[in-house]
Design a protein around this ligand. Structure first.
Ligand SMILES: C[S@@+](CC[C@H](N)C(=O)[O-])C[C@H]1O[C@@H](n2cnc3c(N)ncnc32)[C@H](O)[C@@H]1O
Length: 191
């Protein structure tokens, strides 16, 4: 299946949206909280990919992780930095256009990709994760009833298991969460 990383047009739309609407959700997703609880790994270096205004980055930083938040929106990153300062936690931010630029190389003990579908990026996870490092990924499926995201940013049922070659699947649920239908994956790089 063709990989649809966000185009520059789409990134510009996100930047405009953050400028006009400000922060969106500030609480971490129920899935991320549950997945981290189940993993119970000791904190290390984490990368939050397309992490927006940093709801997960701040939550992880508050739990002892050294977090790098990457996103293409300068406005979202500035909001995340301001929130981190207000909360008294440190995060590192980097503005990247993930449609054209590579991820910071790591190695990362944790990579979080929440609501950002870039199939080529997922296919390369084994190169940026540390041995025994984990990927947490969640994305709306084709049967999610919400109008957004559009079809190019949804995973097919059964597809997610095929997106992370070289990783072991720790858990994969395709089902309801917080009123949406999502694929929710936890995967691990073998030692
Ligand atoms: C649906 S939001 C998800 C934000 C966050 N992960 C969360 O769960 O709250 C998608 C994010 O992807 C970012 N994004 C879209 N296209 C991008 C690109 N080409 N490069 C970097 N970030 C991009 C947007 O700026 C936005 O913050």
């Amino acid at each position: 299946m063709a990989s649809p990383p966000a185009t520059n047009d789409e990134l510009e739309r996100w930047e405009r949206r953050y400028r006009t609407e400000g922060r969106r959700v500030t609480e971490p997703s129920a899935f991320v909280i549950e997945a981290m609880g189940a993993l119970a790994v000791k904190p290390g270096e984490a990368l939050d990919v397309a992490g927006g205004t940093g709801r997960h980055a701040l939550w992880l930083a508050g739990r002892g992780w050294t977090v790098t938040l990457v996103d293409g929106s300068a406005t979202a990153l500035a909001m995340a930095s301001a929130d981190a300062a207000a909360a008294g936690v440190d995060i590192i931010t980097a503005q990247l256009d993930l449609a054209t630029e590579p991820l910071p190389p790591g190695p990362w003990h944790l990579v979080l990709i929440h609501h950002y579908l870039h199939r080529a990026l997922l296919a390369g996870m084994d190169t940026v994760l540390a041995p025994a490092g984990h990927l947490i990924f969640a994305q709306p499926t084709v049967v999610d009833p919400h109008p957004r995201p559009g079809p190019a940013h949804r995973v097919a049922i059964g597809e997610t298991a095929t997106l992370v070659p070289g990783l072991e699947i720790v858990s994969l649920v395709e089902g309801e969460t917080e009123g949406r239908h999502e694929a929710m994956l936890v995967a691990r790089k073998p030692v």
